[in-house]
Ligand binder design. Structure first.
Ligand code: URA
Length: 437
């Protein structure tokens, strides 16, 4: 088999066989197929697409390019969730302890943030001592003992995807639907859970800007997972404005703790409960959506989910006293309000600009190796649909460098649109995608 022939075949819009896809991923991962040939293939895929069978085969080939986590030591069904990434998305921090407290086994695999979307691992590292670099034995023991553990992706989890993703990043081939679906699902399948619930973000701050594309991506991923024998579903949720009010690592952690104390922002809690209900239903732990949501709300109200969060932080080496005293989190040196230029309704808050403002403050990672300032960020005081007076504070910027605060302030200001009429309130949960096969 020659890579040259496969590139030619895909360029002509033909379908690659399972053997051809396996060969391509195996030899690319080993370094036998060079980047320039794989780049040509990726571009051909962007123009000609892949059918469902090819997308499935690509996923499995990338899953099998490294180790597959053996979670058989965990008693009962194991559940994982994945978000396609957004601004202010601290859902995992709230959802995982609620489900852990309810008795579901949450074996969560998370990543770090890159670009304007934050990563769960960075947020958790706001707790001094917290580590996701735990051994497999430690991970399994924690899930069995407390119902919850979170690990970072090891180097050997789907290395084929890792290499291919880096190449896509520099060849303008990231945004092809089959490539995104295969990339996400190869890692989720290698992580070994039985239940996978996908949060597909849609809107200005998401990978997929339209509902149609988000639906399609969700359907492809659910099909892949179902074919691979997993219990999978996807929920398409709104990312037209940041989720919740806090954007920035320690600010988001504090907001998550508030949420676990029963004071979470409405939009965040809607997403948490929708995803959680799906996980409980797939696990057979709830009779219906209503019953599942009530179980979760009661759990938050009882204080058990916050206690579980503290237990989880300590179990991975973190200082859980911060859960009970959030004043301990490092604070930025300066704060500055961004004010409304006129009276009116907030009609839009462009999530990507808010994410970029947080990056400008030093709260995001420009490169994979870059460091981040955990204390900086933005608190949105006014969300979409609220009425504001001229000069009223729309958002507060927290930073450690006055020049950066100035730049971030300009971006936050430009993210807001103030209009004369109240915008139509759109649902947070756009649709649910269940297995079709
Ligand atoms: N996240 C991934 O892991 N892969 C993609 O291709 C896009 C988002």
């Amino acid at each position: 088999m020659r890579m040259y022939d496969l590139i030619q075949k895909k360029k002509e819009g033909k379908i690659l066989s399972t053997e051809e896809i396996n060969y391509m991923i195996r030899d690319y991962t080993k370094g036998i197929i060079p980047d320039y040939q794989m780049s040509a293939m990726l571009m051909a895929i962007c123009f000609q697409g892949m059918d469902d069978r090819e997308t499935y085969d690509l996923t499995m080939a990338m899953r099998d390019s490294g180790e597959i986590m053996d979670l058989s030591g965990i008693y009962g069904l194991k559940a994982d969730k994945h978000s396609t990434g957004g601004v202010g998305d601290k859902t995992t921090l709230v959802l995982a302890p609620i489900l852990g407290a309810l008795g579901l086994k949450v074996a969560k695999m998370s990543g770090r943030g890159l670009g304007f979307t934050g990563g769960t691992i960075d947020k958790l590292e706001c707790f001094p001592g917290f580590s996701t670099a735990i051994s497999m034995e430690h991970f399994i023991k924690n899930v069995n003992d407390i119902g919850l553990a979170l690990a970072g992706q090891t180097a050997n989890l789907a290395p084929g995807d890792k290499k291919l993703y880096a190449l896509r990043d520099v060849t303008a081939t990231v945004d092809q639907m089959s490539l995104i679906a295969a990339s996400i699902m190869s890692k989720k399948l290698a992580a070994g859970s039985d239940i996978i619930v996908l949060d597909v973000k849609t809107g200005s701050g998401a990978f997929m800007k339209t509902l149609e594309d988000s639906k399609k991506l969700g359907e492809i991923m659910v099909d892949i997972g179902t074919r691979a024998g997993k219990r999978v579903s996807a929920i398409v949720t709104d990312m037209d404005q940041p989720l919740g009010n806090a954007v920035g690592n320690s600010l988001e952690v504090m907001e998550a703790i508030e949420a676990l104390s029963g004071r979470g922002p409405k939009d965040l809690m809607e997403v948490v409960y929708a995803l959680g209900a799906e996980m409980l239903l797939l696990a057979g732990m709830a009779e219906n959506q209503e019953n599942a949501e009530k179980m979760m709300m009661d759990c938050v109200e009882s204080g058990k989910s916050k206690e579980k969060f503290g237990e989880f932080i300590s179990s991975q080496g973190g200082d859980s006293s911060y859960v009970w005293d959030t004043e301990k989190f490092p604070k930025a040196a300066y704060e500055k309000g961004v004010c409304a230029p006129e009276k009116g309704f907030v009609t839009a808050i462009e999530a990507e600009r808010i994410g970029n403002a947080c990056m400008a403050l030093g709260g995001g990672r420009e490169t994979k190796e870059g460091s981040i300032d955990l204390s900086v960020g933005i608190m949105l005081k006014k969300k979409k649909g609220t009425i504001v007076e001229k000069g009223e504070v729309l958002a507060v910027i927290y930073g450690n460098d006055k020049e950066k605060i100035q730049r971030a302030g300009e971006q936050v200001s430009s993210a807001y649109t103030i209009g004369k009429t109240r915008p139509v309130e759109k649902p947070m949960i756009k649709l649910k995608i269940s297995p079709r096969i």
